[in-house]
Design a protein around this ligand. Structure first.
Ligand code: PMV
Ligand code: MG
Length: 331
């Protein structure tokens, strides 16, 4: 066994955030190619290092490393082995998704879970499809009590722009409690992941507020306001956005992204904090649609710009509002 290296990226919600917490609801999520890297090589005993913490541990309990350790335990279980039976390794994780100690908010905890599973599978020469990776990472996170939809995991496991329809996590949590891993994995969870091929020429822009927001807290704050009207309206728009992306229907995209953005404004005022309101307002008078992404309250917002000069104006306005251009891509 030689040294292996694998990477996983980040993600940002385009549409369907909050609604996708409900089973059967869909979201569109974009992969962000800002990568974390894992290196695994044979070692006398298990040694784990992440540049997030700057110290190494083994498998003894450590709250910072708990998610990494759980991912390792799940992979061993998947291989039908105990950790002692498997050749030991050293695992080093670098590329924290942050700047000046402030996180980007592009899904680092989801990404690290997928990264560890992918890295150890490669090290033990175990082929893992994107779908198996999705199920294993979701299993790990649900087991740990994560309250997210797993849409982030779908996007990161497929490393692409995806359309994700949510499964019933409480049902899967029940299976995890009283069935073994193989049995849980063999079951039909009822989700759908589809890669979207966008046929819409535009600039995809990511603005970073530099204000960290914790999704788990935002979900707890907002979830009681999610009602049937919000769910129905969001689902209709997400479906419209998906087909409009595929056929390159710019007007529909603009109208429907504006609608999902307005629905988020109405859901809870904490989603659009002042900087995200500025991020959105910066699109005024331009051939651009901008919105908050994910749970909001800080982190990032996105924009689709249909005119190169307008992209420049938008970026200038963002800079003036203290918003960093985290990433841009031509579609
Ligand atoms: O803020 P983010 O990028 O972690 O997105 C959260 C999206 C929610 O729908 C609010 C929660 C979830 O896990 O789906
Ligand atoms: Mg966030």
């Amino acid at each position: 066994m030689t040294k292996i290296q694998v990477q996983t990226g980040g993600k940002l919600y385009v549409a369907g955030e909050y609604a996708v917490l409900e089973p059967g609801q869909s979201a569109i999520i974009k992969n962000i190619p800002i990568y974390m890297t894992a290196e695994v090589e044979p070692a006398p005993h298990i040694q784990l290092f992440s540049d997030m913490f700057n110290y190494s541990v083994g498998m003894q309990s450590d709250s910072n490393y708990a998610l990494i350790q759980e991912s390792i335990a799940v992979l061993a279980d998947y291989m039908g082995k105990s950790l002692e039976e498997l050749p030991p390794f050293s695992l080093s994780i670098t590329g924290k998704m942050e700047r000046d100690g402030i996180k980007f908010g592009i899904g680092s905890s989801g990404s690290v879970t997928v990264l560890v599973l992918k890295a150890l599978a490669a090290f033990y020469e175990l082929p893992l499809s994107a779908d198996s990776l999705f199920k294993l990472a979701s299993y790990t996170l649900i087991k740990r009590g994560d309250n997210g939809s797993m849409g982030d995991i779908a996007c990161i496991a497929y490393d692409d722009l995806v359309f994700f329809t949510a499964f019933d996590r409480s049902r899967v949590r029940g299976w995890i409690e009283d069935k073994d891993l193989q049995t849980v994995l063999e079951k039909n969870w009822g989700y759908k992941i589809e890669v979207i091929k966008s046929g819409l020429p535009c600039d995809f822009l990511v603005g970073w507020t530099r204000q960290p927001s914790i999704s788990k807290d935002m979900i707890n704050l907002v979830k009681s306001s999610i009602d049937e009207i919000f769910l129905r309206a969001t689902q209709a728009s997400v479906l419209a956005i998906k087909s409009a992306l595929e056929i390159g229907d710019k007007e529909t995209i603009k109208i429907e992204l504006e609608k999902v953005s307005d629905l988020l404004v109405g859901l809870n005022p904490a989603i659009y904090n002042e900087t995200l309101l500025d991020l959105k307002a910066a699109s005024q008078g331009l051939d651009v649609i901008a919105k908050s992404s994910g749970s909001g309250g800080g982190d990032c917002g996105i924009a689709l710009s249909f005119d190169e000069d307008d992209s420049k104006i938008l970026k200038k306005r963002w800079c003036q509002a203290g918003i960093d251009i985290l990433y841009e891509e031509k579609w």
